[in-house]
Write a new protein. Structure first.
Lengths: 209, 209
DNA sequence: CATGTTCGATACACTCACGTATCGGATACG
DNA sequence: CGTATCCGATACGTGAGTGTATCGAACATG
């Protein structure tokens, strides 16, 4: 039945490759048209397959979305790991620390659209809601210690709940990215709302040790 | 051709009524399932009509959305007008001023979902993007003077661009509403991120005159 | 009361996406 | 070199949503 003796090497490799291609295509198509408006055939076409490939690898469009989100979350965390560990060693002025947030590039246009879609779906589907909250939790776990350490290196400490501080910074950053995208600009514009307000907010929620 | 001599009174009134019912239904259905996933028949069914009523009153689903957004924006501005003019007369402590923001109740669950959908669609459709920006502009025009006056009445002035201040407050407020909704709570929870952070932010962007 | 018009309901044809069942080429293996 | 298996392509049937064309009831009007 589930014969998997010989083909473990080559065959499985190509299978994984088509899966990746389908996920890549799904990311692009979902970001472009939105999840609900996207068609399984849209995704397959973009990936250069027919629907046969899809049904051979996934059950439903929903499963495709879930796997895509999982993969993207892993990617994002990897990027955070790299950028944060690098930033932790620097001892630059506060404004530069804030700039580091931009260098993390958490959102490109596609990433933002996908994330916005996730938020929207999470409003309706409790299952996605918990996935969303788990993803945010993971991000906070990464970024919270970074913020605290960066402040401590400058003789500062948080005066509010770290979670509140993170959520506030994230909210402003996200609003900034959104505004830039809707205005047609680049998502991580350094002349943006975030560039002006994030340093002020950081100072507002911290005090000398 | 466009005979409209006698029926101006009663007939048109009932026509407008079915239009309103369709718009009400559209607001509920779009918020519940999302615009793309919603069906014209869904909307008609919710309104208690068949599709005949829809095609007699609208051309496309897109037109329905645009008219819905127009109507909702008018409603929101009316609510702001009432609440703001009332709040302007009061001379309460700052925390209470912030609480007034909650009393404006800009977002219920449906309102938030609809707005999130609009943001999402605006990312793709330039036409909706300008509509979105116009709506925000109108809100800022209402709320900016209110904020400045409320601060002035307490001997404070803004130390940043008023637009930045407004956008920041809005971002945090929206993040707070979203978080409450996804967690399954009430949208305007007074124990929320916004309740804790908004006063701090207001102080951070203002100084004694 | 008769007539015309308006507007929502009904019926129908059509398209599109879906899911399944089957096929064929490529690859691993004896 | 023959054979089995895997996996994507192809070819259906099906259901749902759309838009149009037509119908009929309610109401206004003379």
């Amino acid at each position: 039945m589930k014969g998997e003796s010989g083909s473990v090497g080559t065959l499985k490799r190509s299978r994984l490759a088509t899966r990746e291609r389908l996920l890549d295509a799904a990311g692009a198509v979902f970001a472009e048209r939105g999840f609900a408006a996207s068609t399984i055939e849209d995704v397959c076409e973009r990936a250069g397959f027919t629907r046969g490939a899809f049904y051979s690898n996934f059950e439903t469009k929903d499963e495709l979305l879930v796997q895509l989100l999982d993969r993207e979350e892993v990617k994002l965390l990897e990027r955070f790991n790299a950028a944060v560990s690098q930033a932790l060693q620097a001892t630059e002025p506060l404004a530069v620390v804030v700039e580091r947030i931009y260098d993390l590039q958490p959102f490109g246009a596609d990433n933002y659209a996908l994330r916005a879609e996730l938020v929207f779906l999470a409003l309706k589907d409790p299952k996605l809601a918990t996935a969303y909250q788990a993803a945010r939790e993971a991000l906070r776990a990464k970024f919270g210690p970074f913020l605290i350490a960066a402040l401590a290196a400058r003789g500062l400490r948080l005066t509010v709940d770290p979670i509140d501080a993170l959520d506030t910074l994230e909210a402003v950053f996200e609003a900034s990215v959104r505004s830039s995208l809707i205005a047609g600009g680049s998502p991580n514009d350094r002349g943006s709302l975030a560039a002006r307000m994030l340093p002020i907010i950081v100072l507002a929620v911290s005090a000398p040790i």
